[in-house]
Write a protein that binds this ligand. Sequence first.
Ligand SMILES: Nc1nc2c(c(=O)[nH]1)N[C@H]1C(S)=C(S)[C@@H](COP(=O)(O)O)O[C@H]1N2
Ligand SMILES: [Mo]
Length: 311
Amino acid sequence: MGRMAAVGTVGALAGLGTLGQGLIAPALASSKSQGASQKAEADLSPPPQKSSHVLMDRPTDWSDATTYNNFYEFGTQKSDPVRHAPGRLKLRPWTLTVDGLVGKPKTYSVDDLFQLATLEERVYRMRCVEGWSMVIPWAGYSLSHLISRAQPLGSAKYVEFTTLNDAQMMPGLSSRVLEWPYREGLRMDEAMHSLTLLTLGMYGKPLPAQNGGPVRFVVPWKYGFKSAKSIVRIRLTETQPVCSWHLSAPHEYGFYSNVNPSVAHRRWSQATERRIGEDSLFAARRPTLPFNGYAEAVESLYRGMDLRRNF
Ligand SMILES: Nc1nc2c(c(=O)[nH]1)N[C@H]1C(S)=C(S)[C@@H](COP(=O)(O)O)O[C@H]1N2
Ligand SMILES: [Mo]
C-alpha cells in the first residue's frame, strides 16, 4: 500500500493546480517550498500501479460524473442532484465530527480537513448497485489518517458515517424513500484500509455539491451507495451501525455490499455493468469484476467469510 501512496502523490501534484485557489493555498505553498527537485521526481516516475488494471480505464467525462448522480436528499432522478444541490447545499461553513469510541473526539472544519494530510489523486472505478459504472479521479487521502488522529479505543469495531440532515438545503428529505439522515457503515478494518478515501475533490477541483461536497468518503470495492456523501459525522462504535439502504431493504442491500458479479441482486444480475459514457447503441456491457477490480488489495479482509451470506 506504500505504492498506492506513491501513485497518489504524483496525481496530487498534477491536480493541485486546478483546485480552488483559496482552498489549497497552504498545500501549494508547501509544495512550492519543497522545490523543483520533488516536482521533477514526480514527473519522472509514474509508478507501475498507474498502469495496472486498477487505473487503466479512461476516466468518465466530468460532464457525465457531475450530472448523472444518486443523491436522494435532492430527489431520486439522476438529474435531480445537479438541478437542486449546487447553491442550495451550503458547502461552507461545514464541520465533520469524529467521535464515539475514541480517545480524542474532535470537530473539524473543511479547511482543517484540507490541511490534515497531502491530497492524493486516485482514479477509482465506481460501481453502482443499479448496474452502471464510472471511473472517477478523486482527490483526498486515506480515511485512516483522520481516524488515527482520534485515537480509536480497543472496543471500536465499526465506523458509522452520517450525511447532513437539513430539510432547508435538501428538498428530497420530504420524501420517505429512505430513513434520514443517510447513514452508512464499515467494519473498522475496512475503514482503515488505505484504499478507503476521505474525499474532498474530484478532477482536480473541490467536490461539487451533487457529488457529495464538501466531504464524503469513497470505498471503491463496494457498491456506490456505501460511499456516503456530504458527511457531518464519523462515529466509532462497538456494534454494527444501522445503514439506510440495509434498513430499507435488508434482503437487497447487505451490510458488506462488496461488488460481487456472482451474487445477484434480488431483482437483477450483477454480472455485467454499463459504463456511463460508453452507452452507444452497440456498446457492450462490461463484465463486473470481483471487488470491483480491487480483489488483490482487499480480499484478505474477508478471508474465511461466506461472501454469499455476507453480501
Ligand atoms: N448521502 C447520500 N450519499 C450517497 C447517495 C445518496 O443518495 N445520499 N447515493 C449513493 C449512491 S447509490 C451512489 S451510486 C453514489 C454516487 O456518487 P456520485 O454521484 O458522486 O457518482 O453516491 C452514494 N452516496
Ligand atoms: Mo448507487
